[in-house]
Design a protein around this ligand. Structure first.
Ligand SMILES: C[S@@+](CC[C@H](N)C(=O)[O-])C[C@H]1O[C@@H](n2cnc3c(N)ncnc32)[C@H](O)[C@@H]1O
Length: 256
């Protein structure tokens, strides 16, 4: 529970004290994680990126619940967080794992503006913010790990995320109680998209008391399937012909 003195010290009203697990997960970057929670609870709420009712449970349900994903990441991995919103799970993962290079992919300007401010304020040198939709990034983003939380049902998410993977990469989707059912419903789509193995992995139980349920989808040699491979090859040819990177191109009309 937030105390009056904490509020007077500049901690946003309603934001709880960080649990002990936060110190263990974030180590040297604990103070940055604390600042991120404060930014979510203040500017994040004011700008409509986080619901006010989420503030008392920001640590458990959002920041730490996302950070424990880092248990599954190989050393020095490249990662794209699709539909990052206010930076979840990408920013907690980047704070917990400075060795991992994180791209926060998000189409809405209001959200990328917030993300850029957070990255600047926290000095996150391992994070890049990229504005756009996942489907526009085939051949432009190529990573070992794609993460996502609360973006789309698994079959649609796989259609967006798998084509961004390198061969033998993996998609990690935070899915909660629907994990098994979504996997069962998505088998055909996953196979078509070049997945060779999938499972539900509980993470973080020893630190948080309750496990975060992660759907892990491993890609084979051609993630995203034949269509994605063709689009990757086209994008590579366009790149060689002097095409500009996605960030530099006009993006047409968008919701803000
Ligand atoms: C419900 S929010 C979840 C945000 C964040 N992942 C979280 O867990 O708090 C879904 C996000 O996905 C983004 N999104 C929707 N369609 C997308 C697409 N095709 N490619 C990338 N992001 C997308 C939205 O702009 C939005 O920020």
């Amino acid at each position: 529970m937030a105390t009056e003195s904490a509020a007077a010290d500049g901690v946003p009203e309603g934001l709880s004290e960080p649990p002990q697990a936060a110190r263990e997960i974030f180590g040297e970057r604990f103070a940055s994680a604390q600042r991120y929670a404060e930014l979510l609870a203040s500017a994040g709420v004011q700008r409509g990126l986080i619901g006010p009712r989420e503030v008392p449970r920001l640590w458990d349900r959002h920041v730490l619940n996302c950070a424990v994903l880092s248990e599954l990441l190989p050393q020095g991995a490249t990662l794209c967080d699709v539909g990052s919103g206010a930076g979840l799970p990408g920013i907690p993962v980047a704070l917990a794992r400075p060795d991992v290079s994180v791209t926060l992919l998000e189409p809405l300007l209001r959200r990328t503006t917030f993300l850029e401010e957070v990255v600047r304020e926290l000095g996150l040198t391992n994070v890049t913010v990229l504005r756009g939709r996942a489907e526009e990034m085939i051949g432009k983003v190529s990573v070992e790990i794609v993460t996502a939380r609360a973006v789309a049902p698994l079959d649609r998410l796989a259609g967006w995320g798998m084509p961004l993977l390198r061969p033998y990469g993996q998609m990690l989707a935070l899915k909660g109680d629907t994990a098994e059912q979504e996997l069962a419903d998505s088998r055909a789509a996953l196979t078509r998209l070049g997945a060779v193995e999938w499972s539900v992995i509980p993470v973080g139980e020893s630190l948080l008391g309750a496990a975060t349920r992660v759907v892990q989808v491993k890609a084979g040699e051609s993630p995203g399937g034949v269509k994605a491979a063709t689009r990757r090859a086209k994008a590579a040819r366009a790149g060689r012909a002097g095409g500009r990177p996605a960030e530099a191109r006009g993006t047409g009309r968008r919701r803000r």
